[in-house]
Design a protein around this ligand. Structure first.
Ligand SMILES: *Cc1c(COP(=O)(O)O)cnc(C)c1O
Length: 357
């Protein structure tokens, strides 16, 4: 007789082997030999925790603002009492290495922070050049790479990135209820030397410090959300199976094909510099065209966030939507809004994917 009864095995907390797998996966993803801190919540929690942990009166930061997340980070740094020199550019541009170099010469900061790539504006900052400048001036480096990881390279050790906050729910097609911050030994020293860094707090990175060096942990940190951590392990395993390089390539092909599609429709990308566009979203200039003034997302085509509503539309081609089908559907949606024949624009999308195949 067939057994139909199920045995409820009960909830099994994250095991030490699972935790070690996740730690290894994160280190490989970020090209670092150091274990990341696993953040028991959304990426924004890790980002706020970094700001709270490193800010202090007497410390000076350059905070680059190329979108809303950068502004928020600067406010959190100021809340901690640090002096913050903001380098801000219009949101249809990214920062240049020249602007950053001039700001470093002028302000002589201790640290520099920026958002590597912005899904909100569709821009991607010249990260490697910024890290190189930071290295020349011996600055602590902080990057919000939530919308960069999986969409462009992020070589934490090689680029001397001291703090990198990441999440899995953008390019990595993973959960958003757990995230990570990679911290270098220099970064830990910067936290530990800050008397203002939170302790016994949800914002405390020091409370979450992994065991030093290659010492294997003896137990799983108690605060990690089990189901989300398991989902993250699965998502990162899928990335490893596809290959990080190919995941990145899929995102850049999606972006290139989306640009080809909108240009074929007579539209222009919102981000001006073709060399510095996000591979996760393509932002489309609305330029006063009332047909593009959508109130709600249609598939992966979404209105602009906050102050960018009415100025741009976003095509969110990230994660599983970094695909030819999703980009074609988005271009068909835009053609529909414009009341134009979609076929030539979809052909332009197809050609980009074929050329990459
Ligand atoms: C999405 C995003 C975040 C926020 O991530 P959550 O996990 O939703 O908190 C932060 N920074 C950038 C650049 C993002 O794109």
């Amino acid at each position: 007789m067939e057994q139909t009864e199920r045995t409820y095995k009960g909830f099994v907390p994250l095991t030490l082997p699972e935790f070690n797998t996740l730690t290894r996966q994160l280190s490989e993803l970020l090209s670092t030999q150091h274990p990341s801190v696993i953040i028991p919540g959304e990426a924004i929690l890790g980002i706020e925790a970094v700001a709270a942990g490193i800010s202090a009166p007497g410390r000076k930061f350059i905070n680059i603002v190329t979108g809303p997340y950068g502004s928020l980070f600067g406010e959190w740094l100021e809340r901690g009492g640090a002096m913050v020199a903001e380098v801000k550019v219009p949101f249809d541009e990214v920062v240049t290495a020249e602007l950053v170099a001039a700001a470093i010469d002028r302000h002589r900061p201790d640290a520099i922070s920026f958002v590597q790539a912005e899904v909100v504006t569709g821009g991607s900052n010249p990260a490697k050049a910024i890290f190189e400048l930071a290295r020349q001036h011996d600055l602590i480096t902080v990057t919000d790479s939530v919308s960069a990881v999986g969409g462009e390279p992020l070589l934490v050790d090689e680029w001397a990135v001291d703090f990198a906050a990441i999440g899995a729910q953008k390019a990595l097609a993973g959960p958003n209820g757990v995230s990570a911050v990679s911290i270098s030994p220099r970064g830990w020293a910067f936290l530990e030397s800050n008397a203002h860094a939170p302790r016994n707090s949800i914002l405390s990175l020091l409370d979450l410090k992994p065991q030093p060096g290659n010492l294997a942990p003896v137990r799983v940190p108690p605060n990690i959300p089990t189901l989300e951590a398991r989902a993250l392990i699965e998502a990162l395993a899928a990335v490893e199976e596809e290959g990080l390089d190919l995941v990145i390539r899929r995102h850049s092909t999606a972006a290139a094909s989306a640009v080809a599609g909108i240009v074929a429709l007579g539209l222009a990308p919102w981000q001006k510099d073709s060399a510095h566009r996000s591979t996760l979203t393509t932002t489309v200039r609305i330029a006063g065209n009332p047909k593009l003034g959508i109130a709600q997302p249609i598939g992966i085509v979404a209105p602009g966030d906050g102050e960018l509503r009415g100025q741009l539309l976003r095509i969110n081609h990230f994660g599983t939507n970094a695909s030819r089908d999703s980009v074609e559907a988005a271009i068909a949606t835009l053609a529909g809004l414009l009341e134009r024949y979609a076929a030539p624009a979809i052909e332009a999308v197809r050609q980009v994917w074929e050329a990459q195949a």
